[in-house]
Design a protein around this ligand. Structure first.
Ligand code: AMP
Ligand code: MG
Length: 338
């Protein structure tokens, strides 16, 4: 085991320091950001090497990802039109496959999360994702890309950052199972049954709630996938199974040791009629999605993809209490910040 850093005023508490100078100059922050910088370099190295083209996605558009349970979108005035800040890159990821078969982007997302999420250790109102999309891929193929990507990142960061891990008191034997064993798998229905056995009242129709997520993650020594979420729990773009109606061909990747969800992904819906039906079922007005539905009607590739939360992944790597510690200018829900 290694020595931990001495307490660091301004970064140890539940909230980020109000003074950005305190946060940016704290030895913890600079150490964490070095780890994050290597994590992003390793992600680019793996994805570029595997033939994925890096795209620069827009940050505003007439519509954005509506599948953001409980959080609100931010509106901007675009020459008199109501545009949105991106809550995720999903619509542009699908569209980008018209240019390249395999794409990725690393971009900020803004979601006004409910005030009570300020204390989950996992939610920011502004965060970043490593977003990947691959034409023609099945869920099995894209989860394999994800698993290899995660393993590559962790291996590179552990090799390159012994001093940083030592400074943070993060014992890198925590990554042994991740580096040497296949990730776990369970279905949403199995996760619900497991949680109910533990006495947690998880709904079978909904996303695994935060308490449930932490419970399952805390019991696992290695990362694991949860697959097959029920239709009502996700956006219109997660493809429904052709053989099991009501079950989506999607997945989450959860970190071990209580760190919770790192990534969500899916095979995508690409058929015009099914997308419009799913939009209506999820309470979305198809008329708002003009440019996207026009492309879909004329044809976009079948695909699968995922989005990894950069701050959540950094939190897990660095063994941090909270995701905000992995952001240079953290915005906790409801907290006025730079
Ligand atoms: P989602 O599509 O909502 O699953 O978001 C994709 C990934 O982004 C999640 O798996 C998280 O790692 C991350 N993420 C989502 N919302 C937040 C948030 N409010 N703060 C920090 N990270 C987030
Ligand atoms: Mg998710």
């Amino acid at each position: 085991m290694t020595t931990t850093m001495p307490p660091n005023p301004g970064t140890q508490g539940l909230l980020p320091p109000a003074d950005p100078r305190l946060h940016l100059t704290s030895p913890t922050t600079t150490t964490v950001l070095r780890i994050q910088q290597r994590m992003l370099a390793a992600a680019r190295e793996y994805l570029t090497g595997a033939g994925f083209a890096e795209m620069l996605p827009p940050i505003i558009g007439p519509v954005t990802d509506p599948g953001i349970r409980g959080s609100k979108q931010v509106e901007v005035d675009y020459y008199g039109h109501k545009y949105k800040l991106m809550t995720s890159a999903i619509l542009y990821k699908q569209a980008s496959l018209l240019a390249f078969d395999k794409i990725f982007c690393i971009a900020p997302n803004v979601r006004l999360e409910p005030l009570e999420t300020a204390s989950t250790s996992r939610h920011l109102a502004e965060f970043h994702q490593i977003d990947v999309e691959m034409a023609g891929a099945s869920r099995e193929q894209i989860t394999q890309v994800l698993e290899e990507l995660v393993r590559h990142i962790v291996r590179r960061v552990v090799t390159e950052s012994p001093a940083e891990f030592e400074q943070l008191g993060r014992d890198t034997s925590a990554f042994t199972a991740l580096l040497t064993q296949a990730f776990g798998h369970r279905t949403h229905a199995q996760a619900v049954a497991e949680l109910r056995e533990l006495g947690h009242p998880q709904s079978e129709d909904a996303e695994i709630d935060w308490t449930g997520e932490a419970l399952l993650s805390g019991r696992s020594p290695q990362p694991f996938f949860i697959t097959d979420y029920p239709k009502g729990s996700r956006g219109f773009y997660d493809r429904e199974s052709a053989t099991e109606p009501g079950v989506l061909r999607n997945f989450d990747l959860l970190a071990p040791d209580g760190y919770g969800e790192l990534c969500s992904g899916s095979e995508r819906e690409f058929d015009y009629t099914r997308i419009v039906t799913r939009m209506r079922e999820t309470g979305e007005n198809p008329a708002k999605y003009g440019w996207y539905l026009q492309l879909v009607r004329e044809g976009i590739p079948a695909s699968a993809g995922f989005g990894i939360g950069v701050e959540r992944f950094t939190r897990y790597l660095a063994g941090l209490d909270s995701a905000w510690q992995a952001n240079a200018f953290p915005k906790l829900p409801g907290v006025v910040s730079p």
